[in-house]
Design a protein around this ligand. Structure first.
Ligand code: NAD
Ligand code: WQD
Length: 341
């Protein structure tokens, strides 16, 4: 049994689908702060299997202990947390509370219950401004905002825990830019309010929920001047978690001096305008845009060196930009207002 914290969220729900399809039993632990229970109804529709649900908050250690005992989980995938960079600058304490304290309480509960296998959602954000591309896992860690620092702090906590007790099995997955949706169109990204991220914004422009996309800057040192990112299909990303679990079960992991830390990206960068063009093509809808000033804190380019994931997890992203845009559009057009449609 796998306990999936934040399992009702965007990446969590897609991972639940892949876990259930692969035959794992799943218990979701979520406070629904940024998600809708409907996502789990849809997960059941897709897989024909029902994930158990325990509503609770990771910061509540007793609740996590109870969930671990009730579910009899032998591993945890930890998605629960807050993820908006701009909001983290305005409300840093909420980010340290949810992301750092939430993970600390979870780890205490796991230790108390003897559950020692953990896959943690980290982010390419921990690298900060790239000094070298592509980003390898040994790139210096220098996050530039409270959200990124909360992820870095948790990583440090996990490294210390593993050093103190190497019977823990810990994988740190550094995601690049997750986008897209399940092929069924039943689950997808459902941001509250105005989307911060590019793909959901483009999707809402294509479906005419928003008028025009602001492209934040076209004077970066990139081929067309707009920001370049390593977009990764959320289904590929979800499958990476299954591979990480599998790798942690491999006795050879004993021999790792560190937590099993890997980038999950495609290794390929696309510009904002590449994304706009691909989206227009697959949706057949115009995506009007205008060039606006750079967004503070943005970097020119960011993409992964994905070799280590292939070596250690036998995982590689398979789906390209067109599949990412097509699945996003399928979800968006069937559910123009997300789970409230
Ligand atoms: P999401 O907001 O859709 O999902 C997070 C889930 O956690 C939500 O269901 C929310 O209700 C729940 N949650 C939040 N705080 C909680 C708490 N204290 N206790 C219990 N549940 C709680 O986000 P997502 O995009 O699915 O991201 C999942 C994880 O991946 C996060 O940790 C995020 O930081 C990380 N990540 C996301 C991205 C991205 O761009 N989406 C990139 C890199 C890393
Ligand atoms: C992508 C590109 C923007 C919106 C963020 C977090 C990161 C990770 C993923 C969690 C950039 C441009 C965007 C818009 C635009 N999340 N853009 N107009 O900033 O690479 O990463 O999400 O861990 O931590 O920082 O993703 O989708 O916001 O931006 O022009 O309305 O699209 O400038 O070049 P980002 P994004």
């Amino acid at each position: 049994m796998i306990l999936v914290t934040g399992g009702a969220g965007y990446i969590g729900s897609h991972t639940c689908v892949e876990l259930l399809n692969a035959g794992f039993d799943v218990t979701v632990f979520d406070n629904f702060y940024n998600s809708n229970p409907e996502a789990l109804v849809r997960v059941e529709q897709i897989t024909g299997r029902k994930p158990e649900l325990i509503q609770g908050d990771c910061r509540d250690r007793a609740a996590v202990v109870a969930a671990l005992k009730q579910s009899q989980a032998n591993a945890v995938i930890h998605f629960a947390g807050l993820k908006a960079v701009g909001e983290s600058v305005e409300q840093p304490l909420s980010y340290y509370d949810n992301n750092v304290v939430g993970t600390l309480r979870l780890l205490e509960a796991m230790q108390e219950c003897g559950v020692k296998t953990l896959v943690f959602s980290s982010s390419a954000t921990v690298y900060g401004d790239p000094v070298q591309l592509p980003l390898t896992e040994s790139h210096p860690l220098a996050p530039t905002n409270p959200y990124g620092r909360s992820k870095w702090m948790v990583e440090e906590m996990l490294r210390d825990l593993y050093r103190s007790d190497n019977t823990f099995r810990i994988s740190i997955l550094r995601y690049f830019n997750p986008v897209g949706a399940h092929d069924s169109g039943l689950i997808g990204e459902d941001p509250q309010g105005i989307p911060n991220n590019l793909m959901p914004f483009v999707a809402q422009v294509a479906v005419k929920r928003r008028e025009i996309l602001n492209v934040w800057g076209n004077d970066y040192p990139t081929p067309d001047g707009t920001g370049v990112r390593d977009y990764i299909h959320v289904v590929d990303l979800a499958l990476g978690h299954l591979k990480a679990l599998e790798a942690l079960r491999n006795p050879q992991v004993n021999k790792f001096p560190e937590c099993l830390t890997v980038n999950l990206g495609t290794g390929r960068g696309y510009s904002v305008l590449d994304v706009v063009r691909a989206y227009e093509q697959v949706s057949g809808r115009p995506v009007p845009y205008r060039i606006a000033p750079r967004r503070p804190g943005d970097i020119a380019s960011c993409y992964a060196d994905p070799k280590r994931a292939l070596e250690l997890l036998s995982w590689q992203a398979k789906l390209g930009l067109d599949a990412m845009c097509a699945s996003s559009w399928h979800w968006q057009s069937i559910n123009p207002k997300g789970y409230q449609s």
